[in-house]
Design a protein around this ligand. Structure first.
Ligand SMILES: NC(=O)c1ccc[n+]([C@@H]2O[C@H](COP(=O)([O-])OP(=O)(O)OC[C@H]3O[C@@H](n4cnc5c(N)ncnc54)[C@H](OP(=O)(O)O)[C@@H]3O)[C@@H](O)[C@H]2O)c1
Length: 251
């Protein structure tokens, strides 16, 4: 169960090596979280992630999870929920892709869409059902400002995040009043493995700042969290720009 401040005792991170996911897990373990499940593709990095949280005093378990294999999701997530209640599921997996390359190789673009969108539809629905059966818990979904308005420079990733974002909002409405809370998190440019070597966008932030915003969102039971918060206003303005103007912006 979460404590009176909304901090979960047990956490499941889907995308167990994600830098944002791990920063969030570290922050929550430093509060009151005791049990962490890291779900991801088996790798030395997944083992290292588990050890990092173990060293902080958490009880950590890993489970094999591949977003691109939705048929395996029931079994993988079923195994986790069968071991006990999960107070928070963090949907942290995703790939950025390489827009220019993926435009030329549509099957690569499909992988981006399948990982970020259909993989999340499957894992999100299964997690939501399990949380609903418990009668409590939060599903925290890492969306992105990229989904707010598709940009020429990354519309494949952006469209997958737009789909994910709309899905998570609808799921949140479907679960309203059930005791299960869905929180959509929209970070801007985060300095992580995903963006390594890329030119930084304005208002760039860190995995730790996203983790702090997630903790605050849990305490407030927010439905939408922007990181940094100023992006809410910036994106609201960008979203309403006429198409011809938006197209000419260097974004
Ligand atoms: N970094 C940013 O600027 C930024 C901004 C906004 C939103 N986000 C979103 O935040 C989330 C976390 O990103 P991050 O910055 O923490 O990036 P990251 O460190 O690169 O983490 C990405 C995670 O996705 C996992 N993943 C990729 N394909 C998978 C698959 N088929 N099955 C299971 N897991 C898979 C990776 O696992 P492996 O170790 O197996 O590759 C890794 O755990 C992503 O959804 C991303 O789109 C990031």
């Amino acid at each position: 169960m979460k404590d009176a401040f909304g901090i979960p005792q047990s956490l499941l991170v889907l995308g167990g090596t994600s830098e944002i996911g791990l920063a969030t897990a570290r922050r929550l373990v430093a509060r009151r979280t005791r049990t962490v499940w890291l779900a991801g593709r088996p790798s030395p990095a997944l083992d290292r992630s588990a050890r990092q949280l173990l060293d902080l005093g958490a009880e950590v378990r890993t489970v094999a999870f591949d977003a691109l294999d939705p048929e395996s999701h029931e079994a993988a997530l079923g195994k986790v929920f069968a071991e006990g209640d999960i107070d928070m599921v963090l949907l942290a997996f995703g790939v950025l892709g390489d827009q220019a390359h993926d435009e030329r190789e549509p099957l690569n673009a499909v992988r981006v869409a399948q990982t970020n969108y259909t993989g999340a539809v499957s894992a999100g629905l299964i997690s939501a059902r399990a949380l609903q059966a418990q009668g409590h818990g939060s599903l925290v979904v890492l969306s992105s400002v990229a989904g707010e308005r598709a940009r020429r420079a990354n519309f494949i990733y952006g469209s997958s995040k737009a789909g994910l974002d709309a899905f998570a909002q609808g799921l949140g409405d479907a679960l309203h009043g059930t005791g299960v809370h869905v929180m959509v998190v929209r970070p801007g440019f985060v300095r992580s493995r995903m963006t390594e070597g890329m030119e930084e966008a304005p208002l760039a932030t860190t995995p730790e700042a996203v983790a702090t915003a997630i903790e605050l969102g849990l305490r407030r039971r927010s439905e939408t969290v922007w990181v940094p918060g100023a992006l809410r206003v910036v994106m609201s303005a960008l979203r309403h720009l006429p198409r011809g103007v938006f197209r000419r912006l260097p974004v």
